[in-house]
Every structure is written in structure tokens, then in C-alpha cells.
Design a protein around this ligand. Structure first.
Ligand code: HEC
Ligand code: HEC
Ligand code: HEC
Length: 133
């Protein structure tokens, strides 16, 4: 409420947050992005290797109310694991939402160099045991 006593302080969508503060009862969060328990996932390696938030969560900056941008099916994960070369960026730009000002050639060239630098091997990244441990 430190922010929301000043910003969007009358927004209907935040009524449950104001009610929670008044009553002292915690908000019941509805998870939007959630994988089944049998899938292993860790943000840190993705962020470290330069996979932007937008690749998986879409344009969060344009969602006043957060919606799931991608279904998070197995195929979605595998598509990138089999060829991440067009989906990597400098780690300093992982939170940037707007498209990068790069041509697709430039992007692929960066991606290939990053894969070589980190030793990312797509032939190993679709092994079942990477995500099902
Ligand atoms: C490679 C895909 C991927 C990237 C990149 C990624 N995320 Fe996620 N994120 C996920 C998945 C998958 C989950 C659900 C994880 C689970 O269920 O354990 C998730 C969950 C979350 C959640 C919890 C959402 C909820 O509904 O409770 C937040 C917040 C989040 N991510 C923020 C970020 C931010 C910020 C970044 C960038 C710095 C980022 N993520 C980058 C895939 C990704
Ligand atoms: C846009 C590209 C992209 C997407 C989408 C993506 N990944 Fe990854 N993932 C990567 C990259 C790049 C790595 C790093 C590989 C490396 O460094 O060898 C990685 C690594 C991993 C690892 C290995 C972590 C470790 O500690 O060895 C796991 C597990 C993983 N991803 C799970 C997932 C799951 C589950 C999803 C789908 C919900 C997903 N990833 C979606 C690009 C992606
Ligand atoms: C990059 C991560 C990743 C890899 C690698 C991966 N999976 Fe998955 N798998 C997922 C995710 C995410 C889900 C849950 C979403 C879904 O059901 O599509 C899933 C779901 C499943 C399910 C349940 C499907 C259902 O309809 O209930 C099975 C079975 C499965 N995987 C088998 C495999 C096998 C076999 C392999 C190796 C050939 C494999 N997976 C490799 C991420 C992965």
C-alpha cells in the first residue's frame, strides 16, 4: 500500500488490496504462471543466459491486469531449447519489453556468439531429464 496509497488509489481492481489492509486478512493470490509439480524450472539460469522476461511472459508492461501470455506447454519450452539462437540478448536487457532494434541477422549472430560463450548445447537441452528430474 505504500505505492497504492498514492498511485491508482481508487482503482476498482485494487479494492481487494485495500480491503486486506483494513481487515488485516492476507490477499488470496491467484497464480497466473504456474507449472505442474513434475516440471523443474528455475528463472536464474534463463536470466543469466540472456532470455528476456518478454520471451515467456509477453508485454507485461501493457497488461494493467496480468494475463498469461503463453500457455507454457512442453512444446513452448522445447521450441526454444532446440534453437535458442534467435531468443537471446545481453543480460543487461533482459527486463526490456520493447523489441530490440536489431535485424534478425544481427539477433542470430548475437545468439550464436552467446551460445558459444556460455557453452549452450541445444542437443542436450531437450533431454527429458532437464525438466523432469
Ligand atoms: C524461460 C521462460 C521465462 C523467463 C525468461 C521468465 N520467466 Fe517468469 N515464469 C516462467 C514460468 C514457467 C513461471 C512459472 C514457474 C512455476 O510454476 O514454478 C514463471 C513465474 C513467474 C512469476 C510468478 C507469476 C505468478 O503468477 O505468480 C513472476 C512474478 C515472474 N515469473 C517474473 C519474471 C521476470 C520479472 C522475468 C524477467 C526478469 C521472468 N519472469 C522471466 C517463465 C519465465
Ligand atoms: C526463449 C528460450 C527459452 C525458453 C522459452 C525456455 N528456456 Fe529453459 N533454457 C533456455 C536457455 C538458453 C537455457 C540455458 C542452457 C545452458 O546454459 O546450457 C535454459 C536452461 C533450462 C534448464 C536447465 C537448468 C539447469 O540448471 O541446468 C531448465 C530446467 C529449463 N531451461 C527449463 C525450462 C522450462 C520448463 C521451460 C518452459 C516453461 C523453459 N525452460 C523455457 C532457454 C529457454
Ligand atoms: C524444456 C523442458 C522440457 C523437456 C526437455 C521435456 N519436457 Fe515434458 N513437460 C514440460 C512441461 C513444461 C510440461 C507441462 C506442460 C504440458 O503438459 O505441456 C511437460 C509435460 C510432460 C508430460 C505430461 C503431458 C500431459 O499431457 O500430461 C509428459 C508425459 C512429458 N512431459 C514427457 C516428457 C518426455 C518423455 C521428455 C523427453 C523426450 C520431456 N517431457 C522433455 C517440459 C519439458
Amino acid at each position: 500500500m505504500t505505492c497504492h496509497s498514492q498511485l491508482w488509489d481508487k482503482a476498482g481492481v485494487l479494492a481487494p488490496v485495500r480491503a486486506s489492509l483494513a481487515s488485516g486478512r492476507p490477499v488470496r493470490w491467484q497464480r497466473i504462471a504456474q507449472l505442474p509439480d513434475y516440471v523443474y524450472f528455475d528463472h536464474s539460469i534463463h536470466i543469466d543466459r540472456g532470455v528476456g522476461c518478454v520471451e515467456c511472459h509477453g508485454r507485461i508492461d501493457r497488461m494493467p491486469l496480468t494475463a498469461r501470455a503463453k500457455p507454457f506447454r512442453m512444446g513452448f519450452c522445447l521450441d526454444c531449447h532446440r534453437d535458442p539462437s534467435t531468443r537471446l540478448r545481453p543480460a543487461s536487457l533482459v527486463t526490456r519489453m520493447e523489441p530490440l532494434p536489431w535485424t534478425s541477422d544481427e539477433r542470430r549472430r548475437f545468439g550464436k556468439a552467446a551460445m558459444a560463450h556460455f557453452g549452450i548445447d541445444p542437443r542436450k537441452l531437450d533431454n527429458c531429464g532437464v525438466c523432469h528430474r
